[in-house]
Design a protein around this ligand. Structure first.
Ligand code: SAM
Length: 307
C-alpha cells in the first residue's frame, strides 16, 4: 500500500482518455474532469442535502481520527476534514488519488493511501483501541468483503458509517422473522450493533445507480452480547442453514448435528432458518464444537473473520 507522495504536481484535468465505454463525465467546480469507472464502482455523490445529512449523522469531532474508504472526488472528504482531527483516505483510482492529493495534500491532517482497501492494513493507522471512525460511500461490488475485512480490526474501530445498496442494509439490519434475515445480518450482528439510518435515492449520485441506497452505522460491540466457542463453526452452521432456506432446521443441519443433539437444545426443529435468533445459532454451534472437541482452539480464531 502506497502513501501518496505529498508534493506532486498533476494536471488533474486531462486524464482518463475515455477508457470505459460505460463511463459518464463528471466535472468538478475546479475544472477537474473524470469519467466514472464502472469497474471501481464509481457513483459520485453530488446532492448537497444528502452529503450534509451523512456528515450530520457521522458528527465528526476535532479529536476524531477518521478513515475514509474510496474518497473519490472528495464529496465527503472535504466536509469531514473541516471538522475532524485527522483523516486517512484509501483510494484505488490513481487519477482520483492524484486529484485529491493536489487539492487536499497540503493539509498535514490529511493522508492519502493509494491502493486496494481489501488489502489495507488498518493497524498501521493506529494501535489505540476504538480510535478509528471509518466512513465510506462504498463501491458496491466490494462492499461485503470490505466490511468483513474491517472486522479483523474491530478492536481499533469506534464506528463505521457506510453508504450501501438499500437491499444490503436491509439484510444487515434484519431481525429473526424478517424475510431478509440471513447470513449477512447474523454474522455482522455477532460483531456489531447495526443501525439503518436513512435511505438515499439514485438521483443523489452521478452517474445514477440502478438501485436505491441507504446509510448504515456499524458499531463494534464492546463486549460481544453472544459469544461462541468457535466462530468458524458458527459461520458453517449459518451457511448450511441458509443455503437450504426452505428446509426446516432438522433437515438442513442434518450433516452437522444429529437430531438427538439438536433436540437437547430445546430449539423447535420445525422452524425455518430465518426464525432462529443469533443466540439460537450460537447454542447449535457450541454444541457441535463441544462434540468435536475443538472449542479450545476457537477463541483464537475470533479476530480473523473471513467471509
Ligand atoms: N466517496 C465518493 C463519493 O461519495 O462521491 C466516491 C464514492 S464511489 C461509490 C466509490 C469510491 O471507491 C471510488 O472513488 C472508487 O475509485 C473507490 N474504490 C473502488 N474500489 C476500491 C478499492 N478496492 N479500494 C479503495 N477504493 C476503491
Amino acid at each position: 500500500m502506497n502513501k501518496f507522495p505529498r508534493k506532486r504536481n498533476v494536471d488533474a484535468g486531462s486524464r482518463d482518455g475515455g477508457r470505459s465505454s460505460s463511463a459518464k463525465k463528471g466535472l468538478q467546480n475546479d475544472g477537474f474532469e473524470h469519467r466514472a469507472r464502472k469497474r471501481f464502482g464509481q457513483n459520485f455523490l453530488h446532492d448537497q442535502n444528502v452529503i450534509l445529512r451523512i456528515i450530520n449523522a457521522i458528527h465528526p469531532q476535532p479529536t476524531d481520527h477518521m478513515v475514509e474508504i474510496g474518497p473519490g472526488q472528495g464529496a465527503l472528504t472535504r466536509k469531514l476534514l473541516a471538522n475532524c482531527g485527522k483523516l486517512d483516505a484509501v483510494e484505488l483510482d490513481r487519477d482520483l488519488a492524484a486529484y485529491l492529493q493536489q487539492t487536499l495534500g497540503e493539509d498535514p491532517r490529511f493522508e492519502l493511501h493509494l491502493g486496494d482497501v481489501l488489502k489495507f492494513d488498518f493497524s498501521t493507522l493506529s494501535n489505540v483501541p476504538r480510535s478509528l471512525r471509518v466512513v465510506g460511500n462504498l463501491p458496491y461490488n466490494i462492499s461485503t468483503p470490505c466490511m468483513f475485512h474491517l472486522l479483523n480490526y474491530s478492536h481499533l474501530i469506534q464506528d463505521m458509517t457506510f453508504m450501501l445498496q438499500l437491499e444490503v442494509v436491509q439484510r444487515l439490519a434484519a431481525q429473526p422473522g424478517d424475510e431478509e434475515f440471513g447470513r449477512l445480518g447474523l454474522m455482522m450482528q455477532y460483531y456489531c450493533e447495526v443501525e439503518h439510518l436513512f435511505d438515499v435515492p439514485p438521483g443523489a449520485f452521478t452517474p445514477q445507480p440502478k438501485v436505491c441506497s441507504a446509510i448504515v452505522r456499524l458499531t463494534p460491540h464492546r463486549e460481544l452480547p453472544v459469544r461462541v466457542l468457535d466462530v468458524r463453526c458458527l459461520q458453517d452452521v449459518v451457511r448450511v442453514a441458509f443455503t437450504q432456506r426452505r428446509k426446516t432446521l432438522k433437515n438442513s443441519l442434518r450433516t452437522l448435528i444429529s437430531e438427538a443433539e439438536l433436540s437437547k437444545l430445546s430449539i423447535d426443529l420445525g422452524l425455518r432458518p430465518e426464525n432462529l435468533s443469533l443466540a439460537d445459532y450460537a447454542r447449535i454451534s457450541d454444541s457441535i464444537t463441544r462434540a468435536a472437541g475443538t472449542g479450545s482452539k476457537a477463541a483464537q480464531q475470533e479476530e480473523s473473520y473471513v467471509e
